[in-house]
Every structure is written in C-alpha cells, then in structure tokens.
Design a protein around this ligand. Sequence first.
Ligand code: SF4
Ligand code: SF4
Length: 403
Amino acid sequence: MINLENISFDHCIKCTICTGYCPVARVTHLYPGPKQSGPDLERLRIKNPELVDASLKYCNNCKRCEIACASDVKIADIIGRAKWKYSKKRFSLRNILLTRTDLIGRVATFFSPLVNFITRVAAVKFFLDIFLNIPSKRRFPKYAYKTFRGWFQRNKNSQMKFDRSIVYFHGCYVNYNDHDLGKAVVKVLNALNIGVIITREKCCGVPLIANSYLKKAKKQANHNIQILGKAVESSEMKIVSSSSSCAYALKYEYTNLLELDNTRIAGHIVYISEIIYQEFEKGNIPNMKPMKLTAAYHAPCHLERMGGVIYTIGILEKIPGLELKLLHSECCGMSGTYGFKNECYQISQDIGSELFSKIDAIKPDLVITDCETCKWQIEENTGYETIHPVTLLSRAIEKVKRH
Ligand code: SF4
Ligand code: SF4
C-alpha cells in the first residue's frame, strides 16, 4: 500500500519558480533542482523507492525553494525525508565527526589549544582530505577552552535580580566555540532588564538532520522538547536562540521533518533579534555609544525562511553611527556541514562567490550575519571580520545605563 505521509507535493503546479531560486541548481548540472528532486520524483518514489536519485545529496537544505513556492510545497522537507528514507545507509566516519557536535565539542574544548593547532597543520589537513573526504582548503572553526555552560554556571546568580526571564538555547557553537557571543546575549538581555536561564539542552539536531541521521536527531529533539517544555511550563516565557538555524529547527524542523509534537515549545521559540526588536519598539532601548563603522549585512537562509530578517535589520538600524549596507545576497554556500565535504566543496564555493564579490566591492569595516556557518564561509573567503548582530549590539551598549 502507498503511504502518503506528506502530500504537500500534490500542491505543486509545476511553475518551476523554485528551481530558479535554488542556489545549487544554479551552479551545477549535477543537481536537477527542487521541482524535479522534490514533488516530481516524490510521486514516483512512493510507488517505487528504487527510483531514488543519488543527486539528492547535493541539496543543502537551505529552504530557498520553500520561500519561493507560492503553493506551500514543503520541498526541502520532502527531499530531506527522501534522503533519509530511501538512500542506502553507509558508515561514514566523516559524517559521524561532523554531526556528533556535543561529543566532539566536549572533548575538543578540553584540549582546545592542541585541537586548534592540529587542525591547522597541513599534513593533518591532507590526511583528512585523503581519508575522510574533508577538503584540505577548508578551515576548521576554533574551539574555545571549556564551555559556555561552565561560565554561565559560575555567573548564574547575577541573573536572579531581574523581574523577567528568558530561556536561552545557546546551541553548540556558543557552548564550544564562541563564548563571547553567549556572553553578548546575556549582556544585551540584561541591559533590557531581562534575566537569562539555560537548561541542559542537547544539540538542536541540524547537523544530524542535514546528514540524514533522523533517528538520532529525533532522540535529541525529544530531549530538547522535554527539557525546554519543562522550563516554560504554564508560563509565557520565551525561548531565544542566537543561531537562526537552531531556532528554525526547534520551531519548524521538529514537526515538519522529524514529525514530532513540539507544541509545548513551538509558540515560545523566538530568534533573538525579534525579542530585542520588540523591546526597542516599546521604548526599552539601552544607552549605546556611537559605532563609527560601515557594516555589510548578510541574511542567512533559515532566517529568511522564518521571516526574521526585518528584526535584525531593525535592531542594527538603532545603533548610532552605524552605516549599514544590506548585501541582498542569497545563500553563502556553506550550509552547515555541506561545505566540509569534498563532493560539495566546489559547489559551496561557487554559490558563495557572488556574496564574496559583493562584500569586496563594499569594503566594509566588518560583516554581520546571524548564522555561525555563514560567518565561517565569509571570513575564510573574504578575510573580513564577521560577527553576530548581538555581538555588535553588545559592543555598542554602554554599561547598563538606561534611557
Ligand atoms: S515553486 Fe512550488 S509549485 Fe512551483 S514547481 Fe516548485 S514546488 Fe511546484
Ligand atoms: S533546499 Fe536549497 S538546495 Fe535544496 S532544493 Fe531547495 S533551494 Fe535547492
């Protein structure tokens, strides 16, 4: 019997607009594009799973096709589920290393000086390229020493004095790589008179989802739904994330792709710039010193999919002295773990090349983006310092003097 789990493919009117918006189909003939890989082939796959196409691996789950589709076909979700359901599962040490972020992060942060040194040695990169198919040209993000959670635990008493609180889903990147971003989030929320709570969260599951480890992703998602659900139980407390991809996964991927019931948390999850924007709109604006800078802003795909870009632009526009240049860019090409695979590396670079040229043409003092993997791609290819909007806001905010 045919199992019609997701019939959104049947809403496709074959306009092909999604294919025009697909950054991968635009740069390579290896991928036929969202219309063919999504709704067109899904019709055939449900009748005969043997018809699964090896080109599905080139979809980077950017969701740009879904933004373009007027018929609300869940194209990327159809492709993501098809990759998991029909593709042959092969053991891949590379994919294990790229997706077990909590395990790798815990070990790497303990030995971070050594790990950061080793991952930059040419011979090690060569080995990773040959044996694990991780491109030697790619630069690994640096690990911090110990975790953000550890820092927060030592400082959590300072969060008790606020009347309002927010749960902060810090994500793996803040926990293992960029403590300064987590500290900036705490500083900015405190400047808005909001205290911060963190829970014993696990990785949101984005790398697992992108690499078709949906069973493991479901396990982690269930853990997060329970632990975050408990934290906001019978309250209207929000859960914020400073990673646009984590926020998207918690709010949408858990139901649309992993088919889990996330109603306990979905209404609470907000990307950080929306919360800050709402406070600014109410007149709750901390004192900010002028930032005499030209900043180029790149909007990540998953934030565009959530409709959250206007909030980030809205808060950046409130920073005095900042000259903000919107890049009108599309996908940066990195797409999480996608750019760390030899078979996708050149596609990733070709997708990003237009963005890199736009940044070079502006010659900004720095680049701003909401997504950590966009940051890695931009810094590696342009050399410009690339920071999170909340990091810039925290640099502008003077020590909790208020209007
Ligand atoms: S944009 Fe939507 S309706 Fe048009 S071809 Fe793509 S999936 Fe079908
Ligand atoms: S998710 Fe992105 S890469 Fe995949 S089909 Fe859609 S637009 Fe193309």
